[in-house]
Ligand binder design. Structure first.
Ligand SMILES: Nc1nc2c(ncn2[C@@H]2O[C@H](COP(=O)(O)OP(=O)(O)OP(=O)(O)O)[C@@H](O)[C@H]2O)c(=O)[nH]1
Ligand SMILES: [Mg+2]
Length: 241
């Protein structure tokens, strides 16, 4: 007699795979590419979620695909934020447009867009200061940055990426709702999905918001970014390896 088969458990995994994948239906994200360069990507979120690191990672990824990338140091508020972005830029090998600390972030965005257009960069990634979604004044500042970009290039910003920290849990839905209301969000980057099993955070998030998840952050290094693909993600989540 052969070994007893376990068709039910295999069937269960398949069923689970199917239903988890169906929750994520439409979640896959690719960065849009503007018809006329630069593609402008505005990166927003609350303090410390991983915006600046994510910008470095995306710049690295795009550059490895042959795209030219310019960064805008739109966090003129936090101490050493400009230096942090400049260090990443150096490491990745891209240029950065910055002004001195305390200057108007919308002016930085304007300058950077002008340069990106003049020099025909494929992508402009705009960093912004971390801000609480509950602070109206700070959200207004973000709207101003957005307006400057809108005026500067047609259909810009082509992507507005909200960076969320996976370990925050339910509050991410509140944050995302507020940012989406204030300036519109075209994609989400969920960071800090490395280390512990926080992958499940993606399901309620996407189920509630239906905003595509473009990337996931899986570490602090410049290569620790993955393009989000629902099928791949669910298969990895359910694998016992
Ligand atoms: N483990 C892990 N750490 C991350 C990831 N992404 C960012 N971090 C870390 O999170 C911390 C904050 O990252 P930043 O990129 O400075 O975050 P930020 O949103 O730009 O922060 P503020 O500009 O101060 O709002 C740093 O210590 C990063 O190394 C990730 O995917 N995994
Ligand atoms: Mg930052």
């Amino acid at each position: 007699m052969g070994k007893k088969q376990k068709p039910t458990s295999i069937g269960l995994i398949e069923e689970l795979n199917r239903s988890l994948s169906s929750i994520l239906n439409g979640s896959d994200g690719k960065l849009l590419k503007a018809e006329n360069p630069p593609t402008v990507v505005l990166v927003v979120g609350v303090n410390g979620t991983g915006k600046t690191t994510t910008i470095a990672k995306i710049a690295n990824l795009l550059q490895s695909e042959g795209e030219s990338v310019l960064l805008a140091a739109g966090d003129t508020f936090r101490d050493a934020a400009i230096e942090q972005l400049s260090l990443w830029a150096e490491k990745v090998g891209v240029q950065v447009v910055s002004q001195k600390r305390g200057s108007d972030p919308a002016a930085v965005a304007f300058d950077a867009l002008k340069r990106a257009k003049a020099k025909k960069f494929d992508y402009l990634l705009v960093d912004t200061a971390g801000r609480l979604h509950t602070k109206d004044k700070l959200m207004e500042e973000l709207k101003k940055i957005r307006r400057v970009l809108e005026k500067g290039a047609s259909n810009a910003p082509h992507e507005t990426l909200l960076v969320l920290d996976a370990s925050i849990g339910q509050n991410n839905i509140v944050q995302a709702t507020k940012f989406a209301e204030a300036i519109g969000v075209t994609g989400i980057v969920l960071t800090k999905l490395d280390g512990t099993a926080k992958g499940g955070a993606i399901f309620p998030l996407f189920d509630e918001l239906k905003i595509p998840i473009k990337y996931i952050g899986v570490g602090e290094g410049v290569d620790d970014l993955e393009r989000f693909e629902a099928d791949k993600f669910v298969t990895a989540l359910l694998s016992t390896d």
